[in-house]
Design a binder for this molecule. Structure first.
Ligand SMILES: Cc1cc2nc3c(=O)[nH]c(=O)nc-3n(C[C@H](O)[C@H](O)[C@H](O)COP(=O)(O)OP(=O)(O)OC[C@H]3O[C@@H](n4cnc5c(N)ncnc54)[C@H](O)[C@@H]3O)c2cc1C
Length: 491
């Protein structure tokens, strides 16, 4: 029996394929230019036991494996790096194992997507707080935890999704299964807390970009969903970066989420606003030329909501703003964003700004709030300096959005748009890497690394050498034959 037959024995014929027309679908991600390598086999397990068996077989044949959730990664993280890859599609593992309404936790198989999970939780009056990434209609919990995702709702209040993870089951590169969090105690029946019987080893697997093991089960915190919300959208007429920052800093000083119930806060800089208005993606924004901020606040009490909304608006109004609203017809997008679950759709139009033949090469970094205007100016300057090179590569650079996180930082969503033209790919990749390098050397940190980001970290010597050596040792311990996601981080 060879590799393929041994795998079929584990999952059955229906869920294992080496046919081109199946495997080719797994060679693609969202970027237009990283190589599209077709895996040799794609397999769809349904249980942790099956995943463990698959990994043991892969070790026997020394075959590289790549875990894939919704396949929405933007940096080549969920497409193969080598041709002999065995791709493990985890989306069949989508069961909700337990919703604990007393202890406010949910335990799921990691292939479930954010929207399906939250649809079930909403019916019970709960939500996951952080609603995963903007691609949450498709992206999985496992993908989110591997990327420290956030942006699909709730970042300002709940931070990144991994901050809300309190239990994890992982299959290591050896096929061993381990449980992290309170289940490190063999007598604990159900996961309930992350920091448990010693050092926090769960962190090794969070934000690992799929290199440390296969996440099969996760326990997340859940929160009662407040019944009241309101939000406002403001257009900032001048000094948009500085004024957006001043608004955030003042709101933070007055208590942010804890005091003012802020759930989300977005800033869209002027060039992206121009793209949105030119393409009439949000018609009610008319032809405004400036930056736009919007925020949502939520509360359990109507009077508290009213008070918080007034405080927030009075802050925003101080900094050269004009309200777009209050109604949706006048440009306030927050009812759609929060009330109609638009938070999972907000990025789709941004990705389409440059038309059907262009795709995004995304660079996202987290920076301290105190520095985001300065870093945005650096990006603008880089774009100006690279004007000719970008033109030759038929690419455009830009920053689409800045999302505030719960404590002291925010993330900047920027990148390039480029065509799939074969002749231009190499040049686009070069510019893409350069933009990453610029942001990292400016002091940003990346969380979603994929293929390209993880390689920039090593090739551009961003990593502190002592840390990188330690990372190598840890990787070697959990995956001694380096079969999981090999090629990323230059492993
Ligand atoms: C429209 C759009 C909007 C987006 N918005 C955001 C955003 O707001 N914030 C954000 O962070 N990202 C965003 N993304 C990027 C991406 O969708 C997210 O990072 C998402 O969390 C990826 O989840 P996924 O299930 O699609 O993972 P995949 O793309 O399938 O995989 C991502 C990485 O995780 C690994 N992986 C997946 N599942 C597992 C598992 N069970 N065990 C171990 N490793 C695993 C893969 O090997 C890969 O390295 C967006 C993408 C799109 C297309």
């Amino acid at each position: 029996m060879g590799l393929y037959d041994e795998l079929v024995k584990i999952v059955g014929n229906k869920y294992c394929s080496d046919k081109d027309f199946i495997c080719v679908a797994y060679s693609r991600g969202l970027d237009p230019c990283l190589p599209e390598i077709i895996p040799q086999i794609a397999i769809r397990p349904e249980s942790t036991e099956q995943v463990a068996e698959i990994i043991k077989v892969a070790n026997k044949y020394n075959t590289p494996i790549l875990p894939r959730g919704g396949g929405c990664g933007l940096m080549g993280g969920s497409k193969p790096i080598s041709k002999d890859t065995l791709l493990i599609d985890l989306t069949r593992m989508d069961k909700i194992i337990d919703i604990d309404e007393e202890n406010h936790t949910v335990t799921v198989q990691c292939g479930i997507n954010w929207s399906r999970l939250n649809a079930v939780l909403f019916d019970k009056g709960f939500y996951t707080g952080n609603m995963g990434p903007g691609s949450g209609l498709n992206a999985s919990i496992g993908g989110g935890l591997s990327h420290h995702s956030g942006g699909g709702g709730g970042c300002a209040k709940y931070g990144k999704c991994s901050e809300n993870c309190i239990g994890l089951e992982v299959v290591l590169g050896t096929g061993e299964v381990i449980r992290l969090g309170s289940q490190e105690n063999r007598y604990v029946e159900k996961p309930f807390v992350r920091l448990a019987l010693g050092p926090d080893l769960m962190g090794i697997f969070l934000g690992d970009n799929g290199i440390m093991g296969i996440k099969t089960m996760a326990t997340m915190k859940i929160y009662p969903k407040p019944p009241y919300f309101s939000g406002k959208t403001f257009y900032i007429k001048e000094q948009t970066y500085e004024n957006a920052q001043k608004i955030v800093l003042e709101m933070k000083k007055k208590g942010w989420s804890r005091e003012l119930g802020i759930y989300d806060f977005f800033f869209t800089p002027p060039p992206a606003v121009m793209g949105i208005t030119t393409d009439k993606l949000i018609e009610t924004w008319g032809e405004i030329k400036g930056g736009v901020i919007f925020y949502v606040t939520e509360a359990f009490d109507e009077k508290v909501l009213e008070r918080n909304s007034e405080i927030l608006a009075s802050i925003a109004e101080k900094y050269s703003t004009r309200e777009l609203g209050p109604s949706a017809n006048e440009g306030n997008i927050t009812d759609w964003y929060y009330g109609e679950q638009g938070h999972w759709q907000v990025y789709h139009p941004l990705f389409s700004i440059c038309g059907p033949n262009y795709f995004a090469c995304t660079t996202e970094v987290i920076v301290p709030v105190s520095r985001f205007p300065e870093i945005l100016y650096k990006l603008d300057k880089w774009e100006e300096e690279k004007y000719e090179e970008l033109l030759d590569a038929e690419a455009e650079a830009g920053t689409s959005h800045i999302v505030m996180l719960n404590h002291n930082s925010c993330y900047i969503g920027s990148g390039l748009t480029a065509t799939t033209d074969e002749d231009l790919k190499e040049e686009v990749i070069r510019l893409w890497k350069e933009q990453f390098e610029l942001l990292l050397k400016a002091g940003g940190v990346i969380y979603m690394c994929g293929q390209i980001g993880s390689q920039v970290l090593v090739d551009s010597r961003i990593y502190d050498d002592r840390f990188y050596n330690f990372l190598k040792k840890v990787k070697n311990l959990v995956d001694p034959n380096n079969i999981i996601s090999s090629g990323k981080f230059r492993f």
